[in-house]
Design a protein around this ligand. Structure first.
Ligand code: GLY
Ligand code: MN
Ligand code: MN
Length: 504
């Protein structure tokens, strides 16, 4: 077989070369950066920087003498040279207090020192305008992405020991064989690969090292389960802003119905509020008109909205610190529930109320689900849908038929991630007792698909979920998303009030 001919591939580079005259001209005559004029112009610390310091003390105590590496992650290509919006890894955000779009390619390292750890933050700082990066680098250059922080400015913001990212490899490699080093593996695959490569070169048992890495990730996930005061205030704010967005969305229902593809209109309006009032949506919004509500993760959102149908909207605003709300309302598009819609709605609401009543210290996480599904099973029995009794269907081994109409769980932890603390083991999550400071959702539903021949015709195509965010208190729970009505009558009068043009 003839050897393949090696061809030189021509890569098009459409960038026009910078002339020497331009390079000489460009760095001159720019106003100094304010913090260079006076340290008084350094930025104020991020609100999350103080709570993050307290979190790091716990992290340090849990892993004494070990180097802990928490990358922020890198930009992800969407196509060619366009990237997705950056969001830092949640463990990184939690331990540094950095949110929004901060900081691609950076790495947070807890470096063991005598008596604890040094909290170091390695990032790509602003370069002087004499550096061609200023005008030629579309990832970091000021002309392209705006003014970045200097080392001092980043230190003022984060209250961390801030250093240049170019020093990070040497630090991560140092004494790698002799000391415990753990990395959050899924944050930035480039960093993980690099560290695994060094481990292999040094003859370190990779499987053992990765197990240690995974323990760190699990610890960081579980650590977020009980929210401190700062976090609860942030989540309250996320819920309040989400309520404002729902109001904006409801005002737009007539427009959404008239335009066609109303689900997209509603998704867009909610997205507009999210970007305007917060950082972004906390997850892809579900806007499901009519029978689409019976597709649990309906995120295509390309359907029409019809007067007379219900619309299920599952959406939440993520705020600057990345805490998010996760709220669902199922609303009558013309402002009035039909009898059939109300029958299903009231059943789901009763299940939610039962779930909330069980959400208190001493009960387990799974008791909330149990309380909700007991109501659902009873309703299904009343409506003649179950082939067995409610009691029999609730037997997890021999029953379970009820799940045909609600195949998802009732609750999950909520925080920086919409499904927060996801790496926690079953015994720390479903089987664990509820404790003050935990924030969870309560979100039962009943879903009657239009194709479900077991369901009476008048109920087919009706899907209802009601989802609220609660914080466990000393003696029960408080509903963070309480600004939005839940009772069917209150929903109707709220919608009428919004359409009457009432202003807050
Ligand atoms: N929006 C996703 C969920 O409710 O879990
Ligand atoms: Mn949820
Ligand atoms: Mn949800």
């Amino acid at each position: 077989m003839a050897e393949a001919e090696e061809k030189e591939v021509e890569i098009p580079n459409r960038q026009v070369k910078f002339s020497e005259a331009f390079k000489e001209f460009m760095p001159k005559d720019w106003a100094p950066y304010p913090s260079e004029v006076s340290p008084a112009n350094l930025p104020a610390p991020l609100p999350a920087s103080a709570p993050a310091k307290a979190r790091r003390e716990k992290l340090s105590a849990a892993f004494p003498g070990e180097r802990l590496i928490l990358p922020a992650g890198g930009l992800k290509v969407r196509n060619n040279d366009c990237d997705y919006a950056f969001r830092p890894h949640s463990a990184f955000a939690y331990e540094t207090g950095l949110g929004e779009d901060r900081e691609p390619d950076s790495i947070f390292i807890m470096e063991p020192v005598e008596g604890g750890h040094e909290a170091r933050f390695y990032f790509h700082p602003r370069v002087p305008r004499t550096d061609p990066e200023f005008y030629s680098d579309s990832t970091y250059g000021e002309m392209w992405v705006g003014q970045r922080e200097s080392i001092d400015e980043m230190a003022a913001l984060t209250q961390l020991d801030v250093r240049d990212i170019s020093d990070a490899d040497d630090v991560m490699k140092e004494n790698l064989k002799e000391m415990g080093v753990r990395v959050v593996r899924d944050a930035d695959p480039r960093v993980t690969e690099k560290i695994d490569g060094w481990r292999e070169e040094l003859g370190i048992d990779l499987a053992y090292a990765q197990k240690k890495d995974d323990e760190l990730a699990q610890w960081l996930s579980l650590e977020r389960m009980i929210k401190d005061e700062f976090e609860i205030a942030e989540m309250q704010s996320a819920c309040d802003r989400t309520a404002t967005a729902f109001e904006g969305v409801v005002r737009q229902f007539p427009e959404a119905i008239n335009r066609g593809r109303g689900e997209r209109w509603v998704e867009g309006v909610f997205g507009l509020y999210s970007r305007h009032l917060g950082n972004d949506v906390g997850y892809g919004s579900i806007v499901a008109g009519g029978d689409h509500a019976n597709t649990l993760h309906w995120v295509r959102n390309d359907g029409d909205l019809r007067s007379g149908d219900l619309v299920l909207i599952d959406a939440g605003i993520e705020i600057e610190s990345l805490y998010t709300a996760d709220v669902t309302r199922t609303l009558p598009l013309n402002g009035k529930f039909t009898d059939a819609q109300r029958k299903v709605y009231d059943a789901v609401l009763e299940a939610q109320q039962a779930g909330m009543a069980a959400a208190k210290p001493g009960n387990k996480f799974k008791d909330v689900h149990q309380a909700a599904i007991e109501v659902i099973a009873r309703k299904l029995e009343e409506w003649g849908l179950l082939p067995v009794s409610a009691e029999e269907t609730l037997d997890p081994e021999k029953g379970g038929q009820w799940r045909r109409w609600m195949v998802h769980g009732t609750s999950h932890h909520l925080g920086i991630d919409v499904h927060d603390c996801a790496l926690a083991r079953n015994e720390d999550y479903r089987e664990a007792e509820l404790k003050p400071g935990m924030v969870i959702t309560v979100e039962p539903g009943i879903y009657f698909k239009s194709t479900d021949l077991l369901v009476p015709e008048e109920l087919r195509g009706i899907g209802v979920r009601i989802e609220d965010d609660i914080v466990i208190t000393e003696d029960g729970c408080r509903v963070l998303s309480d600004k939005l009505p839940r009772l069917a009558d209150e929903v109707e009068s709220w919608m009428a009030w919004l359409w009457a043009g009432a202003k807050k």
